[in-house]
Design a protein around this ligand. Structure first.
Ligand SMILES: [Zn+2]
Length: 175
């Protein structure tokens, strides 16, 4: 579990890289708004006050639901901008979930509602310098950040392929 500022900054910076590298039209204002929206899954942390003991929004199914909506929006030019927003938000949420798996006592119930088992990045993924356990060369924060940027890189590739296909389609129809 990370603090809100950490999540906001990683969402905003990751979103910015995605928008620039993927050549997506999205203003800084919209990016800030999407970063704030991505924080909303943390209402989960207040559920304990209404006697709900597990986090219900920190799971892969939220990501899948967003991707499903993204797919539902189809290839309409009119909806394209909103479609891009959905994709950026999904990537930001992937970053949020990976960050919440860095450390702490809790971890997140990645497969809720099917399982309430909590997941964290396993200790044995860390690689220590000269067997000194407090000096990892590869630590959980680094692993989480690398995973987040790998997702951003893959999404960028996807966006470029889609944009190339769209341009080709336009050229074909205008001939
Ligand atoms: Zn969270």
């Amino acid at each position: 579990m990370r603090d809100a500022l950490f999540h906001f900054v990683t969402s905003l910076s990751g979103g910015y890289v995605l928008v620039k590298a993927g050549k997506v039209e999205c203003s800084i204002k919209s990016l800030v708004l999407l970063s704030v929206l991505s924080l909303l899954v943390d209402v989960d942390h207040f559920l304990q006050y209404v006697n709900v003991s597990t986090e219900i929004l920190h799971n892969v199914f939220i990501i899948l639901a967003l991707l499903f909506i993204y797919a539902l929006l189809g290839s309409s030019e009119r909806l394209n901008r909103y479609k891009q927003y959905f994709l950026i938000l999904t990537v930001m949420l992937c970053g949020h979930l990976t960050a919440d798996m860095i450390e702490g006592v809790f971890g997140i119930p990645l497969f809720y509602p099917f399982s309430e088992k909590l997941y964290q990045i396993p200790d044995n993924w860390e690689i220590d310098l000269f067997q000194e356990t407090d000096k990892p060369v590869i630590g959980k924060a680094g692993i989480a950040l690398a995973a987040y940027y790998a997702i951003i890189a893959l999404t960028t590739l996807y966006l470029r392929v889609v944009s190339r296909a769209r341009t080709a389609r336009k050229q074909n129809t205008s001939r």
